[in-house]
Design a protein around this ligand. Structure first.
Ligand SMILES: *[C@@H]1O[C@H](CO)[C@@H](O)[C@H](O)[C@H]1NC(C)=O
Ligand SMILES: *[C@@H]1O[C@H](CO)[C@@H](O)[C@H](O)[C@H]1NC(C)=O
Ligand SMILES: *[C@@H]1O[C@H](CO)[C@@H](O)[C@H](O)[C@H]1NC(C)=O
Ligand SMILES: *[C@@H]1O[C@H](CO)[C@@H](O)[C@H](O)[C@H]1NC(C)=O
Ligand SMILES: *[C@@H]1O[C@H](CO)[C@@H](O)[C@H](O)[C@H]1NC(C)=O
Ligand SMILES: *[C@@H]1O[C@H](CO)[C@@H](O)[C@H](O)[C@H]1NC(C)=O
Ligand SMILES: *[C@@H]1O[C@H](CO)[C@@H](O)[C@H](O)[C@H]1NC(C)=O
Length: 590
């Protein structure tokens, strides 16, 4: 079987050499899976094949040499080509007759009848006419090999295989364009039970791979890799300005995405919203985008998480925040039984004194502590966008609630692209640097991409920026980390997380010292990552080795240095200097 798969791919890559078709078995995709969302893994290879059986289009491989082994001399070549053509057409006719004569073998005879009738009605176009005989299509002929496609019932496969000149008939599987990745490696890397992959925005690809180094990897991999559970049964509460959930981004039925309140600046509950639409006085749908980053279908991190929005003003008042938290506790957390998976994302903050906390800050801290200690809530808040230290000892001020002990404080790095939609692959050199707008310093716990594309898709009623642009701010980094937390919770459904254990997890999965303009080994030098660290190349070219280069091995007697370079270097080739023996030779000649 394996031999034929290789043969198949070999032929295909020869024919479509300009497309970067993935080169390994790992990249076969479930035929029925969505084009952009491939979900498969090596363990399921047999399942995938089984799933592809039944009534379906199959690929038929024929080798003319099997029916005519005579040498093709120069003189006879044309004659032989004619004979080969005849052979192909008679084979196509034979298969077509088999199909038409055995409609009763199909699970769904109507579909095959429809295909047969459509073929009869189809306007013949001279150019391609010869490549269609009834329901059978000739895909290509290369030397002695011809490849056909035909809609078969399972029962007919063996009959086709028995036909003269046919050496295989197999399901019409799908390739993934682009990155070749190894499912087993990813599973070992992430410990995810099963995972999915899709082409995605820069902010999603950045958090699902280790630090990209263009010297090691041919072309940046724009895939987003995520666990299949991806936030299932986790509740994310977002207190933000208006939400409009009537978006494609939330258009799925498997989870709850809804508005649960509107509060005015005095903390009055306003019952003027629907589940899909809640509008605060500012009307600005910042909340929609934040919710999208946390869990939107295409642009979000935790695509299966439940999302609850409470609309407050764009500059929310203390009163509206306290009232919102109270409502969530009273109506949503109190009745929860069993393991709690509640994530709060705060996209707001204000400065207050560091030395003597004002009463409002103390009260907010107490409310948060109650939710953290008694309800296992995990809070994320943005570091805010002033380009200042979150704790400014000199001026005796700090950003609250971000710097509170029970809150995970999120800062921004730069975006992947100037505008990452459509993905241009124009990597910004400063991608792994702190965003200039982001607050920073002691008190920031983790950084995440702070530029997100707004291609949309959105039917926002009130927007501040034009479509096809990007937005930036710690407001968007925060829900990205909240989404990662949701995916961690759903992958560990029996663990009761709290702030401490969640932060420890994020420290483990996050990439230390990835941010180039934050001091090495500074505790805040941590870049958010969802657990998948292998860096793949979307053109399958690797100049390095190990985890930062697709787990590639060094050739030519080279050794794999601690930082992923294939080198021939006396020092770097020593095990004690971190030489990675799994990906190259170490110690061997020195
Ligand atoms: C594939 O994805 C698109 C866009 O998200 C969606 O509209 C479509 O229904 C999906 N198709 C399948 C078969 O899931
Ligand atoms: C493959 O597609 C089938 C049919 O839609 C689906 O039931 C199955 O779960 C898919 N398998 C994988 C591994 O995605
Ligand atoms: C076609 O069949 C002949 C005879 O068995 C064999 O020698 C040749 O390798 C086959 N061609 C391919 C591409 O498999
Ligand atoms: C699995 O990952 C661990 C590190 O988490 C590594 O030491 C080990 O070699 C990996 N195993 C395989 C088979 O790749
Ligand atoms: C919805 O959930 C069910 C059960 O967990 C799952 O089988 C199905 O694939 C999910 N659908 C989507 C669109 O995620
Ligand atoms: C709901 O009430 C808020 C606060 O009074 C107001 O600003 C908003 O426009 C109202 N929303 C709708 C949909 O009427
Ligand atoms: C999440 O937090 C960020 C930063 O604090 C904020 O901008 C955003 O509006 C918040 N989102 C939700 C849903 O609370």
């Amino acid at each position: 079987m394996k031999k034929f798969i290789n043969l198949f791919f070999l032929l295909v890559t020869t024919l479509f050499i300009n497309f970067s078709i993935a080169k390994s078995i790992d990249t076969w995709e479930n035929k029925s899976a969505n084009d952009t969302v491939s979900s498969f893994d090596n363990h399921q290879m047999t399942d995938i094949e089984e799933n592809l059986y039944g009534d379906n289009y199959y690929i038929v491989f024929a080798n003319y040499t099997l029916v005519d082994a005579s040498e093709s001399t120069h003189n006879k070549r044309q004659e032989k080509e004619e004979k080969q053509k005849e052979f192909i057409y008679s084979l196509m006719n034979e298969i077509n007759n088999l199909i038409v004569g055995n409609i009763d073998t199909y699970e769904d005879p109507n579909t095959v009848e429809e295909i047969i009738n459509n073929e009869k009605l189809r306007k013949r176009n001279e150019q391609n006419d010869e490549d269609n005989i009834g329901t059978v299509i000739r895909l290509t002929t290369l030397n002695e090999i011809s490849i056909l496609s035909a809609y078969l019932s399972e029962e007919l496969i063996e009959h086709v295989k028995d036909m003269s000149g046919v050496y295989d008939c197999m399901p019409n599987r799908r390739f993934n364009y682009g990155t070749t990745y190894n499912s087993n490696d990813i599973k070992n890397d992430t410990k995810w039970k099963s995972f999915k992959v899709k082409k995605a925005d820069g902010h999603l690809s950045l958090i699902s791979q280790g630090k990209y180094d263009k010297n090691l990897v041919g072309k940046y991999d724009t895939n987003y890799y995520y666990p299949e559970s991806n936030g299932k049964d986790v509740d994310i509460y977002i207190i933000d300005s208006s939400f409009n959930f009537n978006q494609k981004e939330f258009d799925d039925t498997n989870r709850t995405v809804k508005c649960i309140g509107v509060f005015n600046e005095y903390g009055n509950y306003i019952n003027n919203y629907t589940e899909k639409y809640c509008v605060s006085p500012s009307k600005y749908e910042h909340g929609t985008v934040v919710a999208d980053m946390a869990g939107g279908i295409n642009h979000g991190v935790a695509t299966n998480a439940n999302i609850y929005g409470i609309a407050v003003d764009l500059k929310p008042s203390f009163a509206s925040i306290m009232a919102s938290l109270n409502r969530i506790k009273k109506f949503y957390l109190n009745n929860k039984k069993g393991i709690r998976r509640n994530i709060f994302n705060f996209s707001f903050g204000y400065y207050s004194y560091l030395s003597t906390k004002t009463s409002d800050v103390v009260a907010l801290e107490n409310v948060i502590d109650d939710l953290v200690n008694n309800y296992n809530a995990v809070f994320f808040a943005c570091a805010y966008n002033d380009g200042l230290p979150v704790k400014d000892e000199n001026n005796n001020k700090g950003m609250y609630p971000c710097i509170l002990d029970n809150v995970i404080c999120v800062g921004s790095t730069n975006g992947m692209y100037e505008s990452d939609y459509p993905i241009t692959n124009s990597m910004r050199p400063e991608v792994y640097m702190k965003a200039s707008f982001s607050n920073y310093g002691d008190g920031v716990d983790i950084y995440a991409p702070g530029y997100v594309s707004i291609p949309f898709l959105y039917s926002l009623n009130y927007v501040l920026s034009p479509p096809n642009s990007y937005w930036s701010g710690t407001s968007f980094s925060t829900p990205i980390v909240a989404g990662i937390a949701a995916s961690i919770m759903s992958e560990n459904p029996t663990t009761q997380f709290n702030k401490e254990t969640m932060f420890n997890y994020l420290k483990q999965t996050g990439i230390k010292n990835a941010i180039e303009d934050i001091e090495f080994n500074d505790p805040s030098n941590l870049f958010a990552n969802n657990g998948k660290h292998i860096v793949y190349s979307s053109d399958d070219t690797y100049n390095g080795c190990g985890i930062n280069a697709g787990n590639n091995k060094c050739g030519n007697d080279l050794c794999c240095s601690y930082n992923g370079y294939c080198v021939d270097d006396k020092n770097l080739c020593k095990i004690e200097n971190g030489c990675q023996s799994k990906y190259g030779l170490c110690n061997y000649k020195y």
